[in-house]
Design a protein around this ligand. Sequence first.
Ligand SMILES: Nc1nc2c(ncn2[C@@H]2O[C@H](COP(=O)(O)OP(=O)(O)O)[C@@H](O)[C@H]2O)c(=O)[nH]1
Ligand SMILES: [Mg+2]
Length: 288
Amino acid sequence: MGATSCVETPPSLAGCMDEPWRTVSWGNNQEALQYVQEYKPEENRVKHLRVLLYGPVGSGKSSFISSVSTVLRGRIAIPAAASAITSDRSFTTRYQTHKIKEGRGNSATVYPVVFNDVMGLEGTDSGVHPDDIKLAMMGHVKEGHLFNPVAPLSENHPEYNPTPSAEDKVHVLVCVLSANASEIKDSVLEKMYRVRQMASDLGIPHVMIVTKIDEACPEAEGDLKNVYKSRYLKKKMEEFSSEVGIPVNCIFPVKNYHSEINLKPNVHTLILSALKHIIDFGDDFIEK
Ligand SMILES: Nc1nc2c(ncn2[C@@H]2O[C@H](COP(=O)(O)OP(=O)(O)O)[C@@H](O)[C@H]2O)c(=O)[nH]1
Ligand SMILES: [Mg+2]
């Protein structure tokens, strides 16, 4: 192994290591699937665990939510309106809770894990304001709120929720970055740094999803099982870790379901691994 190399990768980072640096039970998804499908927050505390995703435009936030839906429901989900990568404005401008339906027909319910994502972080006058992310984490942003990049939500605004319930609050924050993106812009890094600081002040657990590992690394594209052997992806995760300030053991690489029409066990494995940790961290926070 290791004969091929990643696109535009220095020779020292090309190819694969002999042994993976993280162990994964590939394709063996039943146990993890059952765990996430049967997860429920402890009764009387909250009805659902709320996950908030943030990151640059086009990093794969909406695709990750659809991928989670695909995994939980066992069928390819209609993608949540995907944004064009070329666009410098994010598609997601309203605060919206994505719920995943469980079952069919009259007996259908929703999974007790719900997702919100906020518009991209780019720019000072186009991306989401970091203070709005803090307000969302604290549960102050009402459903449907249209984010204004230049002015965070104020307390007297009708879309400000002065009395958030435990369910309105965010229980786990997820930073989404693409393994295939060139350097993160300073303006974005600065916002991410502030968001990280706010999450840590609030005690909210913070994890990272690294998407598009297939695009970033031909070894992973050829065989997803190479993800933890790829020198390039390991380096990328270490870089992201120090740039955003999230420890490597809270960073999970995934390939989203974005073009497939069939389920793939190894794609499932990485999504499930990320989802299980997101749920566990969020649940710990709820218990606190
Ligand atoms: N190859 C590949 N493409 C992806 C992956 N995740 C997302 N995409 C594509 O990247 C683009 C942006 O994704 P999207 O989810 O809309 O990003 P968002 O702006 O963060 O919500 C879409 O065209 C997706 O199909 C991935 O893991 N691999
Ligand atoms: Mg989106």
